[in-house]
Design a binder for this molecule. Structure first.
Ligand code: ASP
Length: 326
């Protein structure tokens, strides 16, 4: 009888995933899934976060890139992953834009994940190939006007931040560009530097170094105010450049598959909060123009509320643009 009881307790624990006593499982790393290519901005945030969460979690934290379809392939994989806390997911604003962009999203953004908290806010920059014959936003606007129908704009697929930013840029200018999708903005950046594409809108966590090294041309930031990061502080905002009301800021959040036990998600959230206070992590993020979350959005419930508000905010913008995938 005793044995039967022990067995059923074991079965229950196995069925419901892990509990705090099992987490982290000895010698098993926690994997942060990144839904974009290695070497890009989301990957960069994930690798710095993995380093900062290692100590508070008490285990190795590794990054796995599951790229494609604007982040939805990685999201779907995590939605269906084991609920033991060892597979978690770092995503950005695409978490909130993909429900409007994909008619058949294979997961439910608000129902199929445990929300673990928000990580940071990241501005975006509008950048161009180094050979582009424009040296500031005004010259770029003229060049775009003169080259209508011939301009290539890279992005990381439908649902990526670069896609949203590019969509808003085209609609603000009332100019259609040929969009070139990649599995992340790391490969898009390579093609931009090589001159295969003309323009890209990407997070400062990917573009700061390139702007500093002058391997790309930088034209503007997408935030309402200019940035203070040394390499970016002289860039005008798109608003002051004449695109009234243009504002996109990207955020990153952390998620686990739905059903991951509450005591495990609490432990991960604690480790996230410790990382958000880690001076080394804060310094690395600041150098790349990102702002680490210090308010209650790092609480799971607040982050979920925030994502629901973002879905409500971006849905109509995307529907008005008439862009979607079947
Ligand atoms: N920056 C990309 C985006 O457009 C994603 C990435 O490669 O990290 O969303």
């Amino acid at each position: 009888m005793k044995k039967l009881f022990a067995l059923s307790v074991l079965a229950l624990v196995t069925l419901t995933g892990a509990n705090a006593a099992d987490f982290p499982i000895k010698d098993k790393p926690v994997t942060i899934v990144v839904p974009f290519a290695a070497g890009g901005p989301t990957d960069r945030v994930a690798r710095d976060l993995a380093e900062a969460m290692r100590k508070p979690l008490g285990t190795t934290v590794v990054v796995e890139n599951v790229a494609g379809a604007g982040g939805t392939i990685g999201a779907n994989k995590v939605a269906k992953a084991p609920q033991d806390g060892h597979t978690i997911f770092l995503h950005h604003i695409g978490m909130a834009t993909s429900p409007a962009l994909y008619r058949k999203l294979p997961y439910n953004t608000l129902e199929d994940f445990e929300y673990l908290g928000m990580v940071n806010d990241v501005p975006m920059t509008l950048i161009g190939r180094p050979t582009l014959p424009a040296n500031n936003y005004k010259e770029l606007a003229t060049w775009i006007e003169q080259n209508k129908g011939k301009i290539n704009l890279g992005n990381a697929g439908l649902g990526a931040a670069s896609h949203l930013c590019g969509l808003m840029f085209q609609s603000a200018l009332k100019v259609d560009m040929t969009t070139v999708p990649y599995k992340g903005t790391a490969p898009a950046m390579n093609d931009l530097m090589g001159g295969q594409i003309d323009l890209l809108c990407d997070q400062t966590t990917n573009t700061t170094g390139q702007i500093e090294g002058k391997t790309v041309k930088a034209f503007a930031v997408t935030t309402a105010k200019r940035l203070t990061t040394p390499a970016l502080k002289d860039l005008p905002t798109l608003q002051e450049s004449g695109l009234k009301g243009f504002e996109v800021t990207i955020w990153h959040g952390l998620y686990a598959p739905k059903g991951t036990p509450a005591d495990v998600t609490t432990q991960i959230n604690k480790a996230l909060k410790a990382a958000l206070k880690d001076p080394e992590f804060i310094k690395k993020q600041q150098a790349l123009g990102a702002v680490v979350v210090t308010d209650k959005r790092s609480d799971p419930a607040e982050h979920k509320k925030f994502v629901a508000a973002e879905i409500a905010k971006w849905g109509p913008v995307i529907q008005a643009a008439g862009v979607y995938a079947d």
